[in-house]
Design a protein around this ligand. Structure first.
Ligand code: IPE
Ligand code: IPE
Ligand code: MG
Length: 255
């Protein structure tokens, strides 16, 4: 508890990242360390989603984007995929009332049509129930991969050019960004990956061009308030230069 207080004191509430994205990895290893099945690791991971969403909301983070199931995860053993789908549907049904009470707006990113019909309906019910909420934006990435999303954006742009709605010369970065699943969201300020791997696994490749990357060996089911605060404090210790020099940045932000 003391550690949480110390970290909270160190956190500059005026510089909380607007958008935090998380690759929630390590459920399987968490379970294996305990001689339990992978499903139990995933079930435990749902608790972390609950806790981190609450902390993000309390801290005033505006957008939290969670990588819950990747396009590549469809290649896992069918039984594991089935468990994950069941858990996703169950979790959204269970969590929606509290999310609604906390003014959290659920958004769905990815190829949602590929999910089993009932899970898709549960997710859409959660999204629709919270549509008017204007607190934390909780962006759930499901059957998501960045290359899928970029390919779809290119297809959409090609259609617009063919139909005369857009000229090839008029395509700029905004044209592309607005056709990604993230549409109007600002780019992540901070990308966290739990579970010890140092890779991005096809997540938000366009959007993380200038994000701060934070990797922790902590497995997702063990990632709680303290670990989250550590990541935020670390983020605040960094100087985001966006290609400029350190002197320029200091001049622009004298405090
Ligand atoms: C993350 O945990 C959950 C999903 C990818 C759906 P993993 O299941 O990848 O856990 P590890 O990497 O095997 O430990
Ligand atoms: C990334 O985790 C995807 C999610 C967290 C949903 P994986 O466990 O699938 O990543 P790789 O395959 O080890 O890169
Ligand atoms: Mg993994």
């Amino acid at each position: 508890m003391d550690k949480i207080k110390e970290l909270t004191d160190r956190l500059d509430m005026t510089r909380i990242p607007r958008h935090v994205a998380i690759i929630m990895d390590g459920n399987g290893r968490w379970a294996r360390e305990r001689m339990r099945g992978r499903s139990e690791g995933h079930a435990e991971g749902v608790n972390s989603v609950h806790n981190i969403t609450r902390h993000a909301s309390d801290l005033g983070i505006k957008h939290l984007t969670l990588y819950a199931f990747s396009t590549e995860n469809w290649n896992r053993p069918p039984q594991e995929v089935e468990t994950l789908m069941y858990l996703i549907g169950w979790a959204i049904r269970k969590e929606t009332p509290e999310l609604l009470a906390n003014n959290v707006h659920i958004r769905l990113l990815g190829e949602i049509d590929r999910l089993p019909e009932q899970v898709r309906k549960d997710l859409e019910a959660g999204r629709d129930a919270t549509a008017a909420c204007d607190g934390l934006n909780l962006n759930l990435c499901l059957s998501y991969s960045s290359r899928w999303e970029i390919t779809r954006a290119v297809r959409r742009i090609a259609e617009d050019v063919l139909d005369g709605r857009l000229s090839a010369g008029g395509i700029d970065e905004k044209t592309i960004a607005s056709r990604l699943s993230t549409e109007d969201l600002p780019d992540p300020d901070l990308l966290i990956r739990t579970g010890g791997e140092h890779r991005v696994s096809n997540f938000l490749l366009w959007q993380i061009a200038y994000s701060e990357l934070y990797f922790t060996p902590i497995l997702w089911p063990d990632f709680g308030q303290e670990a989250f605060l550590e990541a935020l404090v670390d983020y605040q210790s960094r100087e985001r230069r966006f290609g400029k020099t350190s002197d320029q940045v200091k001049e622009e932000n004298p405090n």
